[in-house]
Ligand binder design. Structure first.
Ligand code: FPP
Ligand code: MG
Length: 323
């Protein structure tokens, strides 16, 4: 019999997370509620709450605290997206007008702040200092990452700089999502560390594929324009690799897009041709698969269960996804 999808396995609990999210993001000031819930209603894979729920079930941790933690990570994620779209001046997100495009910068900065604090308020109810410490460290690491990103925007950075960035902006939240329920349940440090490492590698694989899709998928699949990262001045793994392998003329093409923040003098097709010719897309996909495989190996150290199966399947699903 085929295995259920990891999301189907925790479908009921995910519904409870949705309900708690809607309940906990209501402010007496309606604009805040609208902004948070608009972004949430626009879709999203709910990967982070699913990770909390699957890791909890894997460790035998249950109860309302687990649903609260899954809601907290989704709220933190939503808050980062609201702020990120303000910072990037994005016009679309998940195929719809971005929150800043609809409500303007000022309201979105404040709504994002409120949502962050609300996430911490929900987490505080668990009265677990270790969890609060983890969430604060995570948030600071993401803010620092965003600042580092700004310094790197428009520049050809090193591979290491880029990897640090994707660790901060994506892998850290994945890693924390995997650890939280085990922390709540008082499991051993080795188990918590292993779950964290699983989430770290899964998060890196996820972001590497996200960055590849930006270069290879259609706008309809992405829900935003293609080639958007370069347009925003961000050189991702495959671009850095293709740049290193390119002739002076090829390098000048990348530099031109970064400088112009768009595809005016150099078409996106020309960038795609450079990427394909250098083999950079294939190498970046391989690197994403290697992280997915490392995550899989780490989860296989746990005793067999349907939840372990789901966490084993998730890395491959993430790297083979088309949107
Ligand atoms: C998306 O990157 C960015 C993130 C997931 C992290 C954003 C983090 C912040 C804005 C800092 C958090 C702020 C506070 C106040 C805690 P992207 O722009 O490459 O991806 P995209 O294509 O989804 O926009
Ligand atoms: Mg962005």
């Amino acid at each position: 019999m085929p295995r259920p999808s990891p999301f189907d396995l925790v479908r009921d609990a995910l519904r409870r997370v949705e309900a708690q999210f809607l309940e906990d993001t209501v402010s007496t000031v309606s604009g805040i509620t609208e902004i948070g819930q608009y972004l949430h209603a626009g879709g999203g894979k709910r990967v982070r709450p699913a990770l909390v729920l699957l890791a909890a079930a894997l460790c035998g941790v249950e109860g309302p605290g687990v649903i609260a933690l899954a809601t907290v990570v989704e709220m933190i994620h939503a808050a980062t997206l609201i702020h990120d779209d303000v910072i990037d001046g994005a016009e679309t997100r998940r195929g719809r007008p971005s929150t800043n495009f609809r409500w303007g910068t000022q309201k979105c900065v404040l709504a994002g702040d409120w949502l962050y604090m609300q996430a911490f308020k929900v987490a505080l109810q668990l009265r677990h200092f270790g969890i609060l410490d983890e969430l604060i460290t995570l948030t600071q690491a993401m803010v620092e990452g965003e600042l580092l990103q700004q310094e790197m925007t428009g520049r050809v950075v090193t591979r290491e700089q880029h990897l640090e960035l994707i660790e901060r902006k994506t892998a850290r939240l994945f890693s924390v999502s995997c650890k939280l329920a085990a922390m709540l349940g008082g499991l051993g440090d080795d188990i918590i560390a292993r779950l964290g490492a699983y989430g770290h590698h899964l998060g890196l694989a996820f972001q590497m594929v996200d960055d590849l899709l930006d270069l290879t998928a259609s706008a309809a699949q992405l829900g935003k324009p293609v080639g958007n990262d370069l347009r925003e001045g961000k050189m991702t793994l495959a671009c850095l690799d293709a740049y290193a392998a390119a002739s002076a003329e090829g390098r000048a093409h990348f530099e031109c897009v970064l400088r112009e923040r768009g595809y005016r003098s150099v078409a996106f097709d020309e960038i795609q041709a450079l990427l394909a010719a250098s083999g950079a897309l294939t190498r970046a996909r391989l690197e994403a698969r290697q992280h997915a495989e490392r995550a899989r190996e780490l989860i296989l150290l746990f005793p067999p269960s349907p939840y372990r199966d789901a966490l084993e399947d998730l890395p491959l699903l993430m790297v083979e996804r088309a949107s």
